[in-house]
Design a protein around this ligand. Structure first.
Ligand code: NDP
Length: 287
């Protein structure tokens, strides 16, 4: 069965829209974009459209590639102090003169809707729900819940240990909480006997950034496969094809459920950003 991430994300967005319609004010998400990375421009446009659809005010400040780090940090300070702003997002990657670490740590953790600030990462690790979970792992958790996939007591194998996908997803799914309680194995480029590990998975998550890396022989029958990868491949006719990290055509023949790329995890990441922004807005109004 193919899991339709777009459909699940749409239903969640609809629910957020209805809740916002009942509010006096609209939530605000403020975004800082530096440079013209083509993928970043696409992502920003997608986030903007998603916000517009549910009634979240979306404001982008676009700086040129050579902008100084100080300017960006000052801008974050202004957004931190602005009461109308509920969420702050700095689109990655940043040009090399700007430190990712300084930028992430400058954002007020209460407005850090990407969930990258060390305070939010720490809260996630200790299972404190007062922070923000980063959007892709939150989206995957939601996708599993909405698809009635139980992770409790299951062996979840995650390929990839990045700070934005693999590590936080492992931390979330191993929590002693409802919809968690999984036994998690995280693999990376130093892992040995990968096939043996992936074949022992009940749920296999691929987040490594290599097209069709997960082949059919790496997956045992009836595994649930979540493909996080987004790989842009130029075709001979000049067009670009988007491929996941999983050889979908062959793995889908044996997986019990599988997410496609596109229309799988991607829309769930975007809708999680809307959820986090709405949650920040609500928390502020309830203070
Ligand atoms: P990173 O490049 O930050 O991390 C990749 C991870 O894969 C690393 O931990 C790396 O290991 C591991 N890896 C690489 N090669 C191998 C290998 N041969 N065997 C085992 N592990 C390997 O990627 P991200 O986590 O940022 O992204 C992963 C993919 O997910 C990308 O395609 C990205 O575009 C996509 N993505 C999709 C999102 C969505 O919303 N759908 C959101 C975010 C990302 P090591 O640590 O040892 O280097």
């Amino acid at each position: 069965m193919i899991i339709n991430g777009t459909k699940i994300a749409k239903a969640i967005a609809e629910d957020i829209k209805e809740k916002i319609l009942k509010c006096k004010n609209r939530p605000n998400l403020s975004v800082i974009l530096v440079g013209n990375n083509p993928a970043s421009l696409i992502y920003i446009r997608m986030k903007e459209k998603a916000c517009e659809r549910v009634g979240i005010d979306f404001k982008v400040q676009h700086f040129n590639e050579e902008e100084k780090e100080g300017t960006i940090l000052n801008e974050i300070d202004k957004l931190n102090q602005d009461d109308r702003v509920n969420g702050i997002l700095v689109q990655m990657p940043l040009p090399k003169q700007i430190s990712n670490k300084k930028v992430i740590e400058r954002i007020d953790p209460e407005k850090d809707v990407d969930g990258f600030h060390p305070i939010n990462v720490g809260k996630m690790l200790i299972g404190d729900d007062s922070g923000f979970l980063s959007c892709t792992p939150l989206g995957i958790k939601t996708l599993l819940i909405k698809s009635n996939i139980k992770v409790e007591s299951k062996h979840v194998v995650i390929l990839g240990r990045s700070n934005i996908v693999g590590k936080p997803l492992a931390a979330i799914l191993m929590q002693k909480k409802p919809h968690c309680n999984a036994t998690v194995t995280v693999c990376h480029s130093y892992s040995k006997n990968l096939k043996e590990i992936t074949r022992s998975a009940d749920i296999l998550v691929a987040a490594i950034g290599k097209p069709k890396f997960v082949t059919q022989d790496m997956v045992k029958d009836n595994t649930i496969v979540i493909d996080v990868g987004i790989n842009y491949l130029k075709q001979t006719d000049g067009t670009t094809k988007i491929l996941g990290d999983v050889d979908f055509e062959n793995v889908s023949k044996i997986a019990s459920q599988i997410t496609p790329v596109p229309k799988g995890v991607g829309p769930m990441t975007v809708v999680s950003l809307l959820q986090n922004t709405y949650m920040s807005f609500k928390r502020k109004n309830e203070k």
